[in-house]
Design a protein around this ligand. Structure first.
Ligand code: AGP
Length: 608
């Protein structure tokens, strides 16, 4: 959802800006542009469409310089067009600006500026900020910026190049991520970490209303009043290659194939070599774990589905009630949560606007907040009292895959730790389970090694119009994520349904050619799921069963059977998600969809 990059240093900034914009393209965008200081003036190049269009424009009308800012825009105010694309300038062209977020009071500021003679060229809220800064500017960029920031409402990350101080980039933000780093004779800013990785891995996250001033020699920081402050850097241990596609056709496939490795990395962070939990890595001790009456989990999208599965794990293994809510519902809903209760948010990016708002609300209510997060230094990781990191590495495809896996791994480990500390499971039982868990990546690898079976199925099924994922218990929670994965990247209508609930209405939708994927990894519930499979089979559905080891019973009620290697039923969802992600991937590829950047979607939803 919009991307910002800015560079100042010894090199020509244009290839660096274009490289940065390409690495942020995964966030979703519909136009792109750059502003470069060419020695005597600020030169802009902007194009509607993909970065390739901007590249073509730069080839027709080249620009070059040692400082510049770039942007990929995802339209919010005004259609995608060359004019609405960023950067924007004020009328006198004293500055150029790029912006992520939404300025909520832009109409109010615009009318004030129009009364003072400003003429607007675009429909964007961003141009209002450009004109406001131009209006306030009296030769001191920092002063103009602190005044403007005090007037802005909403969310913003801004990078600005002033013509009077062209080797410097001024940056600020509120409720929208912004990260800066200093390399060898160069400083760089971006809205997301991957754009910085080639230059430095020691970065600094600009916090609300702080200002970062980037020069080739280094970076200075100021508070909202313009007073200089010190900031600590955060070391990012992702490597450059992990944010690149390598030989894979799509990031999504690369990220699915990285799952066994992400599993091991996350597991090793929380589990010792002797298969005992590193119990001090969890934000509760024995006394607290025993006192808990419930845990609330709040998140969005895939992370919400991870929470749904986490609920099943924790309730089943630790005998502790878990309430799960969608962040956008929680933030405005009535809440019965009490002060002191444990409250967990889950977020890959750590920057999802609704999840951040939910976390802040829980803090106001006095809850003990914890976050499951994949990005060190992100807003959520900074603001939650306790952070349980997932170790998925950078996830570039819009569709979450390895981040979901690592979230459910950590939730599974939380369930085991709570079970042990609450006295529901013995240490021996926990260790046995962990030992078995350590073998799951090998089972996953076997699925990946035989993925052609799934590709072949997809090549026969891609014309399907409706897909229903059904399951009971943990399989139902898993079905939710399987259905989301399919619909978001293949645009095939898909639903997740609790298998026993079908005949209360939804079964009316089953017709000849509907595809029903029955998740049947829970032996105790298999007989029940078998009846549900039969109900849809006799109504014309094509039934695919996914089982935990061989299950003869599936044969009579389904047309196809896939199996994961037999494992404890609580562990099965950790492995069973892989074929579901591959199914979504191959169906989307067969349909010719834009797998890594599906239509209308952004990787990180940083606006409400
Ligand atoms: C799913 O594939 C999506 N990427 C989306 O549902 C995502 O999980 C959701 O927007 C939450 O993002 P977060 O984990 O970064 O907070």
């Amino acid at each position: 959802m919009c991307g910002i990059v800015g560079y100042t240093g010894d090199k020509n900034c244009v290839p660096i800006l274009m490289n940065g914009l390409t690495s942020l393209a995964y966030r979703g965008y519909d136009s792109a542009g750059v502003a470069v200081w060419e020695g005597s003036e600020l030169t802009l190049r902007k194009a509607k469409g993909k970065i390739d269009q901007l590249q073509e424009l730069l080839e027709e009308s080249p620009v070059g310089g040692k400082s510049g800012i770039g942007h990929t825009r995802w339209a919010t105010h005004g259609e995608p067009s060359d004019i609405n694309a960023h950067p924007h300038t004020d009328t006198r062209k004293t500055l150029a600006i790029v912006h992520n977020g939404i300025i909520e009071n832009y109409l109010h500021i615009k009318s004030m500026l129009e009364k003072n003679g400003c003429v607007f060229l675009s429909q964007t809220d961003t141009e209002v900020v450009a004109q406001l800064l131009g209006y306030l500017y009296r030769g001191n960029p920092l002063s103009a910026l602190t005044q403007a920031v005090a007037m802005l409402e909403g969310s913003f990350a801004l990078a600005i190049l002033f013509a009077d101080d062209p080797a410097t980039i001024y940056c600020t933000c509120k409720d929208s991520p912004m990260v800066v780093g200093h390399g060898d004779g160069e400083s760089i800013v971006a809205s997301d970490i991957p754009a910085l990785l080639e230059y430095t891995r020691d970065v600094c996250f600009v916090q609300d209303r702080q200002i970062a001033v980037l020069r080739r020699e280094g970076i200075q920081y100021y508070d909202e009043f313009g007073v200089e402050i010190e900031k600590k850097t955060t070391h990012i241990d992702w490597d450059v290659e992990s944010a690149k596609k390598g030989n894979y056709e799509h990031f999504m496939m690369k990220e699915i194939c990285e799952e066994p490795d992400a599993f091991k990395k996350t597991f090793d962070q929380y589990v010792s070599k002797d298969f005992t939990l590193k119990s001090d890595h969890f934000p509760w001790d024995e006394a607290k774990a025993k006192r808990f009456e419930r845990i609330s989990i709040v998140s969005c999208g895939t992370a919400y589905h991870a929470g749904m599965l986490g609920k099943k794990f924790i309730e089943h293994m630790a005998n502790l009630r878990v309430d799960v809510d969608i962040a956008s519902e929680f933030r405005y809903g009535d809440t019965l949560i009490k002060s002191g209760e444990p409250f967990m948010v889950i977020s890959q990016s750590g920057e999802t606007a609704d999840t951040i708002a939910a976390l802040r609300r829980a803090k106001e209510l006095g809850c003990e907040t914890m976050a499951l997060c994949n990005v060190t230094g992100s807003t959520i990781s900074r603001e939650a009292e306790h952070v349980l990191y997932t170790y998925a590495g950078p996830e570039i495809a819009v569709a979450a895959t390895k981040s979901y896996l690592t979230q459910i791994i950590v939730l599974y480990l939380c369930a085991l730790d709570l079970a042990q500390k609450r006295g529901v499971m013995t240490q021996r039982q926990v260790s046995d389970r962990l030992e078995e868990m350590s073998r799951v990546p090998a089972s996953m690898q076997k699925i990946l090694d035989n993925k052609e079976q799934i590709q072949f199925f997809a090549s026969r099924s891609f014309a399907v119009k409706h897909v229903f994922f059904i399951g009971r218990g943990m399989d139902y929670a898993l079905a939710m994520e399987a259905a989301l994965k399919l619909k978001e990247i293949s645009y095939i209508h898909s639903e997740a349904y609790a298998a026993g609930e079908l005949k209360h209405g939804t079964i009316a939708l089953i017709e000849d050619g509907s595809l029903v994927v029955a998740l049947a990894t829970q032996p105790e519930l298999q007989a029940k799921v078998a009846s549900n499979m039969e109900e849809v089979r006799v109504r014309g559905a094509h039934v695919l069963a996914l089982t935990n080891g061989p299950w003869e019973g599936a044969k009579g009620h389904s047309h196809e059977q896939w199996e994961i290697e037999k494992m404890d039923e609580t562990l099965a969802p950790l492995c069973a998600i892989v074929p579901m992600q591959l199914l979504a991937y191959y169906l989307a590829v067969q349909k010719g969809c834009s797998v890594d950047q599906p239509r209308n979607l952004a990787k990180s939803v940083t606006v409400e």
